[in-house]
Design a protein around this ligand. Structure first.
Ligand SMILES: C[S@@+](CC[C@H](N)C(=O)[O-])C[C@H]1O[C@@H](n2cnc3c(N)ncnc32)[C@H](O)[C@@H]1O
Length: 287
């Protein structure tokens, strides 16, 4: 979406957050957002409106000059993806990209930008969390968080015993390293107190490059196109998919679980991808 169309989208969002009294936050993601020719124009417009800005990137295009330009935007965070130590990350994301991502992280840190690292767990990297945590500690990353890959390909998704293994390792590491965040679905299990809630239908709206909107990037439902909407607040409140996703889900398999009300079945996106059901217990739950 070029800047001119993006500005119209921003107008609609701006109007919406003002009507709701929200501060608002826009996370620019992709694909790779830094490849967008108007990236800095769009980001500056977001900040000029007083909306908080987050940037989700693979980090490979960030050198000193780019980091300086990003720092001027005062983003709340820049998230860089690391999918493993060098060998594993490069096997997933291409030769040389681990070093490039680390250079990006270092340049951002030099500029005082808050850097998050996102680790997406899949079959090929679920044993790598500890190594990624060590890399993050060395590079003074502010927060490391992880989540499961959303896929219907059994060759890629993690099994429940693998998920349990990484959850326990991450919980142990977080006790020593407070920058590690275990706040995503089911990650609370080793410590016993649930703090996760799926935000689909509630606090989240995805807008794709062609204007298509989704309630969640990882649930395959397009709910409309922003070009067809004039009043976003009214439209969102009457959208049937948003309304359905906002309803509490209490999977039958979970009724005896003490965490039933808060967890509400865990990650609906992970489970939907693997079962086609929105009302099922998280496929990796081991409570
Ligand atoms: C879609 S990417 C876009 C930003 C940037 N190009 C990057 O690679 O980080 C944002 C995050 O989503 C994660 N991601 C991509 N595909 C995913 C999937 N199928 N399930 C879960 N996470 C995924 C990436 O690992 C990354 O951390």
């Amino acid at each position: 979406m070029p800047y001119a169309e993006m500005a119209e989208t921003l107008d609609k969002y701006d109007e919406y957050i003002r009507a709701e009294g929200f501060e608002g936050q826009i996370n620019l993601t992709g694909g790779e957002p830094l490849l967008h020719p108007d990236f800095f124009k769009i980001a500056a417009d977001i900040r000029r409106r007083g909306i908080r800005l987050g940037i989700l990137t693979n980090g490979t295009l960030i050198d000193d000059a780019c980091a300086e330009a990003i720092a001027k935007l005062k983003p709340v965070f820049v998230q860089v993806s690391l999918d493993g130590s060098e060998k594993v990350h490069d096997a997933i994301r291409g030769e040389g990209n681990f070093k490039r991502a680390l250079r990006g992280i270092d340049c951002l840190k030099k500029q005082g930008v808050r850097v998050l690292v996102s680790f997406t767990v899949m079959q090929g990297n679920y044993k790598e969390f500890k190594k990624v945590a060590a890399v993050c500690a060395r590079h003074k990353v502010d927060k490391l968080w992880w989540d499961r890959v959303v896929t219907d390909d059994p060759e890629q998704y993690v099994t429940t015993s693998q998920f349990k293994e990484i959850s326990k390792a991450a919980a142990g590491l977080a006790r020593r390293h407070p920058f590690i965040s275990n706040s995503r679905a089911l990650q609370w299990i080793p410590e016993g107190s649930c703090s996760y809630e799926c935000s689909a239908g509630k606090r989240l709206l995805i807008i794709l490059a062609n204007g298509d909107m989704m309630a969640c990037r990882r649930l395959p439902f397009v709910i409309g196109n922003i070009a067809d909407v004039s009043d976003l607040k009214t439209w969102l409140k009457s959208n049937e998919i948003m309304k359905k996703l906002a309803e509490p889900v209490f999977p039958r398999d979970c009724v005896q679980c003490p965490h039933f009300y808060k967890c509400a079945g865990g990650a609906r996106c992970v489970t939907y991808a693997q079962t086609g059901r929105l009302d099922a217990r998280d496929v990796n739950c081991y409570v």
